[in-house]
Each structure stands twice: as structure tokens, then as C-alpha cells.
Design a protein around this ligand. Sequence first.
Ligand code: LRY
Length: 225
Amino acid sequence: MNDVLQAVRGRLVVSCQAYPGEAMNSPDVMRAVALAVVGGGAAGVRVQGIEDVTAIRAAVDVPVIGLWKDGNDEVFITPTLEHALAVAEAGADVVALDGTQRPRPDGRGLAEVVAAVQDRTGKLVMADCSTFEEGVAAAAAGADLIGTTLSGYTSYTSTVDGPDLELVARLAAAIDKPVVAEGRIRTPDQAAAAIAAGAWSVVVGTAITHPGAITGWFTERLGRL
Ligand SMILES: CC(=O)N[C@H](C=O)[C@@H](O)[C@H](O)[C@H](O)COP(=O)(O)O
């Protein structure tokens, strides 16, 4: 089996991302965050942006899932083949990209992009999906890993309060590609439930690496006293 897939099997991947305008949005800070989570036992990291992928690739020895969020169109996670090739070039082991069936800004189809990334770079491709049908289609299109990342973040899916474990379970039962549980996983028990539902690995971001949001959970609760 592929070494990268083996390394993250049954384990936690931590997404280390800051957002435009935020205090922690710098490659130096995100590198420190990545080193901290690897020190804490993360089996892999998920990293956004070419500068961050480059900085973190040089600093950690665990698999790096890279992506490049760009644009205001509906498709914003590594939206074109050029973005995907740049993420691979920056050193990602896995290129995460939009795995929906929505039109892509470069007019290419998902299968074409997946094949091009695999053939030209030898890297794995993770398709970030929002529905069962998209996950099945992305697996058929050749993606190496299928993520539930976009469940609740497309116009035709609704956000539920926790992770979409039903989607994880349905996909894991239906396809023979690794299913990655990602999105709104907030607790160790939820992460364990995702593995029990059939996830190959679990990606947690906000609950570990986004202090602004975590602080908001506390202040919101105290504000209701
Ligand atoms: C929808 C979207 O843009 N998701 C992004 C994908 O890379 C990130 O903003 C999330 O933090 C990541 O998916 C992890 O999820 P959570 O932060 O809920 O653990």
C-alpha cells in the first residue's frame, strides 16, 4: 500500500489554517502550529496556500495534504489544474481539491484534473466532496482519497451542527477508496466515531488550530449566562 495512505490510516490529521486578515495568517506561525501538532501526535497535516505548504513541508516529516483556496467562485479549494500542480510542486504529498461536479474555473472535468495531477506529479489526490453522489463520482474519477470536507458548505447541502458521520458511513460502505472524515469534528469522541463509521482517517482543524473560533465558543456560552 502507498506509504502516505498507510501513515494516516486510523489516525488524526490536523488542518493548520489561518484565514485572510487573521493574526496567525503567516507561514512562520503556521509552521510553528504544524510542528506543535506533530509533536502532539498528529499523523499528518493539512495545509493551505503555497507559502505555507512550502514552509511546513520543510519542517515536518509527516504527510502533508496541501490545498490552495482561491477565488470567490463556488469552486474555491484548489480550483484549477494550475493550482493543483503548484500545490504538488510546493511539496504536498496529497493534493486536496474540489471534488464536486460543479463547473470549474478552467473548464476541466474532475477526472481530467485528477489524472493530470497523478500522471505529472505522482502525488495522491484527495477530492473534497459535499454529498454521497459526489463522493462516488470522485472515486470513479480516480481520486485516491474522498473527503467529506464540503458537506454543509455547498449551496445544496445544509450545515448540521456536528460532523456528517452519516455521509462518512455511506461512502465508506459504497466505495473502495479511503474516506476521510473532515468538517466540524470538535471532540475526541467525534473523531473516534468517525473511524468507527469507516473513515480511513480524520481531519480536525478549527477545534485544534483556530484559537479565535475556540475562544468564540467559550465567550458565546458565557454570554448566555
Ligand atoms: C469548507 C472549508 O473551506 N474547509 C476548509 C478546508 O480545508 C477548512 O477551512 C476547514 O478548517 C477544514 O476542512 C477542517 O474542518 P474543521 O475546521 O471544521 O475541523
